[in-house]
Design a protein around this ligand. Structure first.
Ligand SMILES: Nc1ncnc2c1ncn2[C@@H]1O[C@H](COP(=O)(O)OP(=O)(O)OP(=O)(O)O)[C@@H](O)[C@H]1O
Length: 302
């Protein structure tokens, strides 16, 4: 059973253009999946379809084998959703908001109290628990929204830009909470984000979406090999020295490797041919590098 699956999932808001076009994917349980794409690519639309907030125009999706259109309440019971538009109540305190959502998620009063306290402490909101939400900063409200999404101990957590608007310290604490959740409870995380550096630290697989179409998917390794993005060997030599056939960039002589395993032999050859090597490093493509390569490739093949 997949945590999330979609088959030819399509959504048009206006009956003319597709905000989401023929999306097919399968996300195993326990994954931390990064759903990446520019503004307007269709990420939020996908989350709304997976969580039953929208109905597909064509195709279908399942969440833990349940169809969100046919079984929305069971899907809500199993999922936690944090979107920028998920509203809470400004006139209620942090604790009161969480208790309200605990009750709507079917938790008993005692369970709700226990869970709310646990989350307020974990997300560094304990001291602000009795303050009204309207007095919270953006970052505090964002963290309360994450607490709300976690109140029912969801099996799948949908997060739409959970760290946008957060300072680096708060973003770090939200990110480490996501990692802890995935590692300790096996919660599947579906993370929509523009923050590719964080995504690379958090996620084990990715989907890249552009203008409603999924243009690539898989682990970072898969994404690199499918677009032919390779690691580079880089060497820093004595001033005035050079390496034939290598590119020079900001003090480093670089060449692309077919495989990372070539690095030790290449270094040995360079040293044996009389060069003094001050530093050697393997430069692997980052998620950011491959993401932009895919978008560029998509633009060129249009
Ligand atoms: N309620 C709506 N009515 C009409 N069009 C919509 C609606 N919601 C989204 N769209 C359109 O659907 C497309 C996909 O939007 P969506 O919000 O899913 O993108 P996104 O990838 O989440 O973008 P962002 O990164 O900016 O949040 C966009 O062209 C958007 O204008």
């Amino acid at each position: 059973m997949y945590a999330v699956s979609a088959k030819s999932l399509t959504k048009s808001y206006d009956g003319k253009t597709n905000a989401l076009n023929d999306l097919s994917l399968e996300i195993p349980q326990g994954s931390v999946y990064g759903f990446l794409g520019p503004n307007g690519a269709g990420k939020t639309t996908s989350v709304k379809l997976f969580t039953g907030l929208l109905k597909p125009t064509q195709g279908e999706c399942t969440v833990l084998d349940l169809n969100p259109v046919k079984d929305p309440s069971e899907v809500h019971r199993l999922c936690g959703v944090m979107t920028e538009t998920a509203r809470m109540y400004g006139q209620l305190t942090g604790t009161q908001n969480l208790l309200f959502f605990a009750q709507t998620a079917g938790l008993s009063r005692e369970e709700g109290n226990e869970r709310a306290s646990e989350l307020l402490k974990k997300l560094d909101l304990w001291d602000a628990r009795d303050k009204k939400l309207r007095e919270y900063s953006t970052g505090m409200a964002q963290r309360l929204s994450l607490a709300r999404a976690l109140i029912n101990r969801p099996q799948i957590l949908f997060l739409d830009e959970p760290t946008s608007g957060l300072d680096p310290e708060s973003a770090q604490s939200v990110n480490s909470m996501i990692t802890d959740l995935a590692n300790s409870t096996g919660t599947t995380v579906f993370l929509c984000t523009h923050q590719l550096r964080y995504a690379q630290d958090l996620c084990d697989s990715y989907g890249i979406i552009d203008k409603g179409k999924l243009i690539a998917g898989g682990s970072l390794e898969n994404l690199c090999s499918n677009i032919g993005s390779r690691a580079k060997a880089a060497f820093r030599l004595q001033e005035g020295d050079s390496l034939d056939g290598f590119d020079y960039d900001s003090g480093w002589w670089q060449t692309e490797l077919e495989q990372e395993g070539q690095m030790p032999k290449l270094l040995k050859n360079i040293v044996e041919s009389g060069h003094d090597v001050y530093e050697a490093r393997l430069v692997k493509p980052t998620l950011e590098d491959v993401y932009f390569e895919y978008l560029k490739h998509q633009e060129e093949t249009k």
